[in-house]
Every structure is written in C-alpha cells, then in structure tokens.
Write a protein of this length. Sequence first.
Length: 641
Amino acid sequence: MSEKNARRKKLRARLIGSAVLTLIGCVSLLVYARATREARGPYALAADLPRGALVYAQCADLPALVKLWDESTGKQQLLRSTSFQQFAQRHLALKLAERWTEYNDVLGFTLDANTLADATQGKAAIAIYDIGRLDLVLVAPIGAEQAAAASFFAHKDGFEETELPDGTSYYRREAEVDRGRARQTLAFAWARGRFVLATDERLLLRTLANINGRAQKDRLADESSFQTLSRELAPHHATVWVDQTALNRDWYFKSYWVQRNVAGLQSLRAGLFDLEIQPGKWIERRRFLLNGPPPHPAASLPAPDAQRLAALMPADAPYYKVRALAGDGAGALLRDTLLDRAPENDSGGTRRNWSWRSYDASDFAAGEEGEADYGNGYAYLDQSYDRLIDDPVDARLRANDTRYDGELRAATERRFVAELQRSLAPARPLYAATAASPRTNAGPLFVAFRRAAALTLAAPAALERAAFEHALANVAQSRLTIAGATAALQWTDGDRHTRTLALPMLGRQLCYVLNGRELLIANNMELLRAMLDTPAQIPVGGDTRGPAAVVALDELTVIRLDGRKQAFDEVFARLDAQRVKAYWQERKGAEAESAPPDPSQEFFSGNVASLLDVAARVRAIEIKRSQQAGQLREELEFSLN
C-alpha cells in the first residue's frame, strides 16, 4: 500500500505541476496578447496596412467627421470659392475627377465620403502608395451585418470572388483607367471585423495577410519613423503620417505640391500631424524627424520672455513673430523688418557668359525678298553695328551698369549690416519680436508696410547709441541713394525719449526708443507709440492678443485673421484693381463697365481671398515651434469666433 500511495502522490504532483505550467502558459499568452493589443493601441489600423506608404491618415470617427463637414457652412463656401472653381478647371483636378468616374463605373455605384462612412462603424484609415496610379488601401473596423448592408457587398455580384487558403474571400474587378491607357484592379473584402478596399490587388492581399496574422514585418506600424513619431503624439480626431523622404523623390509630389518648397523639405525625414477639435478652437500638433542636426540650431526662448514680447506687439498688427536670437542675426533681422526687400540680382555674378539673348530678333533677321543683290541684308551696316560691335557689356565680358550697380549695392549693404550687428553686440540681444501691419492710403505710395521690432537686451546700458544710429542710417541709406554716395540723414529727438530718422522723398521714417530691457524700433511712429503704450507687466493669460499659455519653444508666430480687411483685402484690392478690370473687359467688353463688379480671378485678391472666406470662423492662428533631439515640433492653435 505504501508503494501504491507513493506512486499516487508522485502522479498527483506531476498533474499539479503540469496544471501550474499550463496555467502559467495561458496567463503568459493572455498577457502577451493584451500587450500586443495595447502596443497597437490607438494606431491599431496602421498595423493592418502594408509597409511602403507615402501617406497614412486615420480618423477617430469617420461618419461623424463626414456629417460635420456636410453640415458646415465652410463646405458650401469652399465649393463656391474662386479657389475651388479655378482648381476644378486645372489638369490635376480634371484627372482626379476622370479617375473617380472610372472607379464609379466599375463599382456600379457612386464612391464618395458618405459611401465610405456607411462602410465603417467609426474609425477608419487610408494609406496612399502611389500618387500617379492612385494606389491606396482603406481599412475600417465594421461588424458583419453592417458590412453585408454596405454598398460594396450589395453590388458584389458584379465582381469576381476569390477564396484564399485561410478561407477569406475577396472580390475583384479589373478597370480600364486613364482613358484606357492603363488597367487597375479594384478589390474589397471583409476579414476579422475589418472592411478593406484597395485599388491594387497586391496591396489588398498584403493587407489581408496582416489582418489574418500571416505576414511577417510587413506592417506600416513597423516603419521605424512611424514607431518613433507615434510614441510622441497621441491621436485625436484626425491624424496623418508622411514618409517625407519618399515624397521628396516622388515626381507627382514635386510637380503638384502647392507651396513649391520641396527643396526646403529635404531636411525632413518623416512627419506626423494630429488634429484635435475643442470647443472654440482647433489644435494641430506636428512632429517631424530630421535628417541630421539643423544647419542653424535655434536658441531657446523662455516662456516669460515670449509672453512679454508677444504682449508688446501692437494690438492692430495682424502678424507678429517672437524668436530667440542666435549668433549674429540681430542686424539682418532689423534690416529685413524695417526696410523693403531689395530686388534680387538674378544675373549670378559677373561671369564671362556671352549670350545670344543680348540681341533681339532684328539682329538675326533674314533679308526680305529682293534683297539678294545687297548681301541678303548685311551689306549695309545700321546703327546696331556701332552699338554692338566690340561692346564688352553687350557681349557680357563685363557687367553692365545696372548689374554692376546692383552688386555694389549688395556688397555695401552687407558691410552696413555687419556694422549694425557690431553696434548691437555690447548690449547682447537675446530675443526678438517682429510685427507687420500693412495699411492703404490715398498717397502715391498707396500701401504702407508698417513694421516694428522689439529686441530684448541682456545689457541695455551697454548699447552704443551713436554707433547704432550711424549703422542703422547707413543701412537705410544703402536702399535710398546711389550706391557709394553719402547722404546727410539726421536723427532727431522726439517725445517720450524717442529718436527719429526721416527718410527723404519717401515720406517714411525710422524711429526707436530704449524702454527698459527692450529696444523698440519701427518704420512708423504710430507703431512705436503702440508698443510704448502696452502695460509693462501682463499676467499670463491676461492678454487676449498674445498666447494664453506659452511652453518652452524656439519661435512663436501669431496671425490675426480678424484684421484681414485692412491688412489683406484692401491692400490686394488696390494692387490688383487694374488687372481685375482688364480681365473682365477682355471677356465682357463694354458690358463690363455697366455690370456689377465681378469677382477677382487674381491669385491674392481672388484665389487666396476666397480661401480666407472659407476660414472666416478662424479669428487667429498661433504657431509654436521648437527643435530638440533630432526633431522639429510645431503646434498650431486655431481660435474660432
């Protein structure tokens, strides 16, 4: 008995041990599964989509977002806007509309935002893999019953059904696109609670492999840049990730990117943008990974200094920027802020580059009929001979007067800017705020670009005023007089300890005052007085013109759209008035004189102005920017009326 009992005890012990091991294994699997789900977390749909996307976008609630857009006044304003009407007539829009029509013909129903919203229960994500071919994949969680009722499955009889080895079925149909010049396969499926729509069959199969757990390391969420950025930024209503390195190489992106600044995007490796909608405001957060350290690392801007300088900006200035100064940037900043931009010299220097473009068509014209007896028109030399022969300017062997004068002006200005920087160096400028406030007037110079700057000085008592005034006068003089000449520009005293430099013939002036730690400078006395009238101490959140709460940053920019009438509409209406009149006279003739004014079709007064009408609810935009650890961070806050 004792031996039998011993065997029983051993067996029981083994069973208990096996049960414990099994329990531990099950718990481990559950913990692993839970950890996997949590790791996917708010970006779970990115784990369903294949790698290689140029752009990825996800929405927290697609039906709600579509409903919000459909019911908004902004949608109708956009459709009526000059910008949209002009875009609708361009090649890109026509190609997109044509491709979408071809898709609808294949599907047998209209593919639009509402159709996609009906195929989702809330969340949805889309990834674009080829811009030219419009290769994209849409993934959305959806129940079986709702999927069966969606338009896609209601029209599945017109598609070829294919069953995969794991039992998943998908539906495909080939389409002739681009006016029959190419073929594309539209396909859709429902798998494990996911609706999948793709314009490329291979992308659909890769997506299904991810959803069914059959793929290895083919998830968009496995992209290193996506992993890094998704840890930095929690998603809200809508989130977009871009592979900027791949976009920079893409022909369609380089050709159609509206801002035309592709060269300036080369330093960016990838980006993530998130939009959060709050009562009374929208917040867009941006994170960028950089290709190495920035060429000009930005200095840090402490929050109290940013708050103080923002509060100093004139209340009617529709634009201002606050930043930290790095290196020797104060002199150039004052030059660019206070004076009009100098014309760029597109000659590229004084290189020896004879060019046939120096001559006009008459210099190469063949003789008329009947001129054969006279050497085909070259027997007699006209005034061009004396004017052109052995002319080093005409042959581009040396610069012409205008070109030489421009180069001399540029060199002189650089020397004066360096002198201005040296005059400021003892006072050690730390931070700067610049503001712009354009205004129209009845004079010959019907637009006055009023600008101002405020410099925070570490040692204001060390400012060498005589040297500063002399250098600033020289910079102004380099824009107003013949290069190399001297002019007697004199500084005079004004009220409230201000100093003023009158600029002859232009009816303008430069003025400044040292106010505590701040050196306030403007090209308009009204702006200078407005900065002086600002209370010296404003509590955080107490100034409705500045940022309500400023965190550590490198740069703060504020655009006040509620001042667009004076700063934008009136200015560009005056600038474009003649072109608008000529445009409609060419199309309507005499009828244009008696008919009511037609809308402008010009870029600023027409296209951009109509987009501002769409954004009429936006009162102001705050842009906060900072760089750290190989990343560029931006936060845009849109304050609504």
